[in-house]
Design a binder for this molecule. Structure first.
Ligand code: KG4
Ligand code: ZN
Length: 334
């Protein structure tokens, strides 16, 4: 088996169209086209997402190959996100990858998006975690505590029973009339706010699971009550509101992460997914002096194809390929 395969990876699970080229574990190019079309709707519109993927995918792949200085003939395999995600979005990436694989007569590799978020830590560059480690994967669709024992051994030890952490950021931001996606906006405003100004109750959930829908509801009722007294309440308090909400979400995440680390006697701790771009969460992790912590580079936190490429690298080395019969799966399990 070739030791440093060249892999073209495609990511299209949600609203970002990504293409990356890797040589072994090294990223040669990583191109992402976001979709501003959803902003005015305050959330992702699946129909529009798949249409935008269709428009973006050819130019994004072209750019990724060009930036990497790689010709089609040099590619050893094509990887794509099989799921989980929006079905219409996944179909664009998987169909493109299948057609490309057939055209250049090179094998296909199917990748689980959530595993890829975690494996982003193994992209050549910074130090990678040692096995076993615990990863808190926090994105717009998922919130999971995963015990990772090998590049292909993932055990979910806790997850959200309702909304994901990213969803909580986005939904609460929407209640406060912040633009979509709300996570980055709350993060930005938080930097100037007082995090202890407002307090919101923590959920009571068994084991290592999470819950965020109660927080969303309590913020909603709190704001309704305050706005009845002062219609400008949000505008006048937005930085403190943002900081308080962000702190609550981080406290909920960190509490379960600490219990998971303790119960499993593991001190190699990583975070992954879009919410791992959050400055407060990154700082909270770094402050844990008993752990060796791993925080992805910003470009590998939110959805990107480089993470699909690194996950594909491990499958390539084991000869794990798929074929034209592979089906995109919106609810793919780890
Ligand atoms: O992993 P990702 O790009 O897509 C999914 O697979 O869902 O995650 C997107 C989520 C969104 O909810 C977005 O608001 C959140 O990540 N996010 C953030 C930040 N950057 C992105 N949340 C909080 N703070 C940030 N800086
Ligand atoms: Zn993601």
């Amino acid at each position: 088996m070739k030791s440093d395969p060249i892999i073209l990876a495609i990511e299209s699970s949600c609203d970002d169209t990504g293409a990356a080229v890797l040589r072994g574990r090294k990223v040669l190019s990583n191109v992402v086209a976001g979709q501003s079309v959803h902003e005015k709707y305050g959330g992702i519109v699946p129909e529009l997402a798949s249409r935008s993927h269709q428009q973006n995918i050819v130019p994004v792949v072209h750019q990724a190959l060009e930036k990497a200085g790689i010709k089609k003939e040099d590619i050893d395999a094509i990887a794509f996100t099989k799921g989980p995600g929006l079905l219409g979005s996944l179909l664009v990436g998987s169909s493109f990858a299948k057609a490309f694989s057939m055209a250049i007569n090179k094998p296909l590799i199917e990748i689980n998006h959530m595993e890829a978020h975690i494996l982003a830590h193994f992209i050549e560059g910074d130090a990678a975690p040692e096995f076993p480690f615990i990863c808190l994967t926090v994105s717009g669709g998922h919130t999971q505590l995963v015990k990772v024992s090998a590049p292909d051994q993932f055990q979910i030890i806790g997850e959200t029973i309702d909304d994901a952490a990213g969803e909580a950021f986005d939904k609460i931001a929407k209640i406060m009339n912040f633009p979509f996606p709300g996570g980055p906006m709350i993060d930005k405003l938080s930097k100037e706010g007082i995090a202890d100004k407002f307090s919101f109750a923590h959920p009571k959930v068994p084991g290592l699971n999470f819950s965020f829908s109660g927080l969303k509801t309590s913020v909603l009722y709190f704001l309704k009550k305050e706005i009845a007294k002062n219609p400008n309440f949000i505008e006048e308090n937005k930085v403190d509101l943002a900081a308080s909400v962000q702190k609550t979400i981080i406290d909920i995440l960190m509490k379960q992460l600490r219990i998971a680390a303790q119960q499993n006697n593991i001190s190699q701790i990583a975070i992954a997914g879009g919410v791992s771009a959050n400055s407060g969460l990154r700082a909270a992790l770094k402050a844990e002096s008993e752990w060796t912590t791993f925080i992805p580079k910003f470009e590998y936190c939110t959805d990107n194809a480089a993470m699909i490429g690194i996950a594909a690298y491990y499958k390539f080395m084991k000869g794990e390929f798929t074929d034209q019969a592979s089906k995109a799966s919106a609810r793919l399990e780890m």
